[in-house]
Design a protein around this ligand. Sequence first.
Ligand code: URA
Length: 208
Amino acid sequence: MNEIVLNHPLITHKLAILRDINTGTKEFRELVTEISTLLCYEATKDAELEVTEIETPLEKMQTAKLNEDNYAVVPILRAGMGMVEGIINVIPNAKVGHIGLYRSEETFQPVEYYYKMPDGIADRIAMIIDPMLATGGSASATIDRLKEDGVKAIKLLSIVAAPEGIEVIEANHPDVKIYCATVDKGLNENKYIVPGLGDAGDRIYGTK
Ligand code: URA
């Protein structure tokens, strides 16, 4: 099992509001940001720290810091963009790389239309963000692409995951840990997660 599901009353509370059809754009965006920060908190639990000396107003002390430069946040366009703020709120110096994919009408496979990563991507810890892990197609293609560029440490952060998507990532990329706020029942015939929250991109951008 490569998925870590955040099991916390705050998450349950925030998800309940997020899922609600009556929640408006502003609140939806804010909740996506807050939940993303909580996912990031969990996903950095194993972060390596660098020993450093600082001086408090009282004395010098040895402590440790995160090397924020080690991180790249990789939103999958477009809904993934809604999660960026929540991550950089706590890792403000993380670089952000973008990937855009669409689904071919012929092959049904994800096709890349945009890809721009920060320098030295191979040596960074890549945190892929996409609020919905549905079929797993886009996330799996993104991981493939990052691995092609030599990235060795990859984590996937999603708010709502479907068992089908988790299975695809676990089969194709057993080395990638998935951090999610909930695992829902599954996909419907249109590949939407049920009960889910609808179209995350539309709800973040108010396009529907
Ligand atoms: N993408 C979404 O935005 N919602 C789903 O339920 C599935 C994929």
